[in-house]
Write a protein that binds this ligand. Structure first.
Ligand SMILES: NC(=O)c1ccc[n+]([C@@H]2O[C@H](COP(=O)([O-])OP(=O)(O)OC[C@H]3O[C@@H](n4cnc5c(N)ncnc54)[C@H](OP(=O)(O)O)[C@@H]3O)[C@@H](O)[C@H]2O)c1
Length: 312
């Protein structure tokens, strides 16, 4: 089968289309014929030697942690799915999952059935960003109806899903993006939008109960001024998480990092919301698998609107 792999850490030029053996499912696992794989910043960060690279046991490494495909074979003890089922998944993170490939093997409890109304390309982009948003808002953030949420990088993969999930929960949502994304944020349901090139969130907002920070660094530290004294920030970029948490602690504010966790049950709820239009995955672009290097270049530029997906 064909798979995109790196044989050394480095830039997008290191991504190669290799011919490798098809994997076979172990107990509790499912073999999937892949139809599409979502692209996330963690993919290129890991390939370049950062991100989740500390969890990669050996090279070559096949990137990608989310996908949509068809169940091709079942490992011992799997009764949750049948051969031929259409599924989506976010799997094995932060260990290697190998989703940039024609076939992959994933634990059955990290998959969800893909509703017919949810197309496979959109479904492939839902898992990682969607469960990050879900777990940040509802598990760590304990968001309640009527609360006020500020989403930094609201037009990105995580941000655009976080805005919609927070609205679904009944929150008041403010999103930050560049001026060109104002209408996009409004279409997602944002009650208010800030153009980060012109407006400083910290000068304008002082009553946020929750901040979902998709930017990190100085932007996140300044945005701590937006929180109420009891509010909390969840900062997503792991590379600056320690400094943002320390800045929050120094001011007596609750700030935490997060590592998104595969969860088939949560993913099933998310897929249901996506299939009935409560949550929409915005497809920034879909590219064939052999253009993975181009996808990594686009993601690394930091201005993807919604999600990028590779198709097979
Ligand atoms: N800890 C975890 O488990 C976890 C999980 C998922 C993601 N993450 C991390 O969280 C971050 C966001 O992830 P993502 O997938 O949403 O990224 P993404 O899709 O690549 O984000 C792109 C978006 O960022 C926006 N943006 C860029 N600079 C901005 C700024 N200064 N202020 C506001 N928006 C800005 C862009 O909007 P404009 O085009 O309008 O500038 C663009 O829409 C990444 O660092 C990622 O690695 C962590």
């Amino acid at each position: 089968m064909k798979a995109i792999r790196i044989h050394a850490f480095g830039g997008p030029e290191n991504l190669h289309l290799d011919e490798i053996d098809k994997p076979s499912p172990g107990p509790g696992e499912v073999l999937i014929r892949n139809r599409a794989a979502g692209v996330n910043p963690i993919d290129w960060k890991t390939c370049s030697g950062g991100g989740a690279s500390a969890f990669i046991e050996a090279l070559p490494f096949c990137p990608g942690w989310e996908f949509a495909g068809t169940v091709d074979a079942l490992g011992e003890g799997v009764d949750r799915f049948r051969v031929g089922d259409e599924v989506l998944g976010f799997t094995r993170f932060p260990q290697e999952a190998g989703c940039y490939a024609e076939y992959l093997v994933a634990p059955a409890d990290q998959l969800a059935l893909r509703p017919a109304a949810l197309d496979p390309v959109s479904a492939a982009g839902l898992g990682l960003a969607g469960l990050t948003a879900w777990q940040a808002l509802f598990e760590v953030g304990q968001l309640k109806s009527g609360q006020s949420v500020l989403v930094l990088a609201a037009a990105g993969g995580v941000g655009h899903l976080a805005v919609q999930l927070a609205k679904w929960k009944g929150a008041y949502v403010i999103g930050t993006a560049s001026a060109g994304n104002k209408c996009f944020l409004q279409s997602l349901g944002c009650d208010d939008t800030l153009d980060y090139g012109r407006q400083q969130a910290e000068s304008l907002i002082h009553d946020a109960d929750l901040i979902i920070d998709g930017v990190g660094g100085e932007t996140a530290i300044k945005a701590l001024d937006c929180l109420t004294p009891q509010g909390q920030m969840i900062t997503l970029p792991s590379v600056t998480a320690a400094e943002v948490i320390a800045a929050g602690e120094a001011r007596g504010l609750k700030v935490s990092g997060i590592r998104a966790r595969p969860d088939g049950d949560q993913l099933q709820e998310l897929a249901k919301l996506a299939s009935c239009g409560k949550v929409m995955l915005n497809l920034s672009d879909s590219l064939p698998l052999n253009e993975a290097a181009r996808a990594h270049q686009l993601s690394a530029q930091g201005h993807v609107r919604g999600k990028l997906v590779l198709t097979l």
